[in-house]
Design a protein. Structure first.
Length: 296
């Protein structure tokens, strides 16, 4: 179930509940069952769905609610707040500050959208008045440097990479040095990906991180992987001290609800979502407005 459908199903369940003149256990139970079904169909993990249901039941205790209380409203508010909690790990990510040099390293599996997202991220901060730059430390995928170069040139963002150097650590360090001299206040390092979570990938990430001491490591993940997001985010988090996540391809038929909630379950804040292939198709991810929009 794609996100818009998830929102639609939950909204319909709430609307159905609102039609009841008396909200009793049966009406509340039916509404929660519908919401549970919608979340499970959207690939949200079972444990998370169970927690959402338990917490809503805790907030909405029909027996103890005083007569005359607007039960419809209390249920609606409880659903909203639990959906927000489901997506909010409660830990803000590092935010770059203009004029204060920051290093941000991107990690993720090949094909996740890492290289595309590096430039989108740089562009986002460029529009805010930063002086971003990008370094291509991906020596694994042939063509990675050309892709980054092309994207960066289009966005007029300084880039650094090498066709001949095969050591990603050396490229990262050289790039960092170059852009520090040029007073870039946001140096973005794109690292290699692999098709699988292999030991060699994690070792390379660790070495690049050790040499460049990033202020933030961003894990880029394809939103269409649904529940598998939990394991993937956790593996990267353990190996690269991931401080934030960007979930890409949220424009397609991705089961984005599953990916988003799975990532949140690893206590990693999602900071942006990718909504297309183009440079500007990156949206800030803020839990409350996102859930408001989801519920229409
Ligand atoms: P990398 O191997 O992780 O560096 O992945 P790329 O940046 O090369 O992206 C892989 C493919 O996904 C490319 O065709 C991108 O255009 C596409 N892509 C990246 N982000 C998004 C997104 O948010 N939405 C869509 N629809 N496509 C995306």
């Amino acid at each position: 179930m794609v996100l818009a459908q998830l929102g639609g199903s939950i909204t319909r369940a709430l609307a159905q509940m609102s039609k009841a003149t008396v909200v009793d256990e049966k009406v509340l139970g039916d509404c929660l069952n519908e919401i549970t079904r919608a979340l499970l169909q959207s690939d949200v993990r079972f444990q998370t769905v169970r927690d959402v249901q338990t917490n809503i039941r805790k907030i909405v205790n029909l027996e103890t609610l005083a007569a005359g209380t607007n039960k419809h409203r209390i249920i609606q508010q409880a659903v909203f707040s639990e959906l927000c909690s489901m997506l909010d790990p409660g830990k803000p990510a590092f935010v770059p500050k203009k004029g204060k040099p920051s290093v941000v390293m991107f990690v993720g599996l090949q094909g996740s959208g890492k290289t595309t997202t590096c430039t989108k991220y740089a562009r986002y901060y460029q529009l805010k008045g930063f002086k971003p730059s990008v370094v291509c430390a991906d020596t694994f995928r042939a063509g990675a440097f050309d892709q980054l170069k092309q994207n960066a040139t289009k966005a007029r963002i300084p880039f650094y990479g090498s066709y001949t150097e095969s050591d990603p650590v050396k490229i990262a360090v050289d790039g960092l040095e170059r852009f520090r001299k040029e007073n870039s206040d946001l140096i973005i390092i794109d690292t290699s990906g692999r098709h699988k979570q292999e030991a060699a990938l994690f070792e390379e990430m660790r070495q690049v991180a050790e040499a460049t001491k990033p202020d933030l490591v961003i894990f880029v993940m394809d939103g269409s992987i649904g529940q598998a997001a939990f394991g993937q985010a956790q593996a990267f988090k353990q190996s690269a001290s991931v401080g934030a996540v960007i979930v890409t391809k949220m424009d397609g038929h991705a089961n984005g609800g599953g990916a988003l909630s799975a990532v949140a379950a690893t206590k990693s804040p999602v900071i942006f979502i990718g909504t297309g292939e183009h440079l500007h198709e990156l949206e800030v991810f803020d839990v409350r407005p996102f859930v408001s929009r989801l519920l229409g």
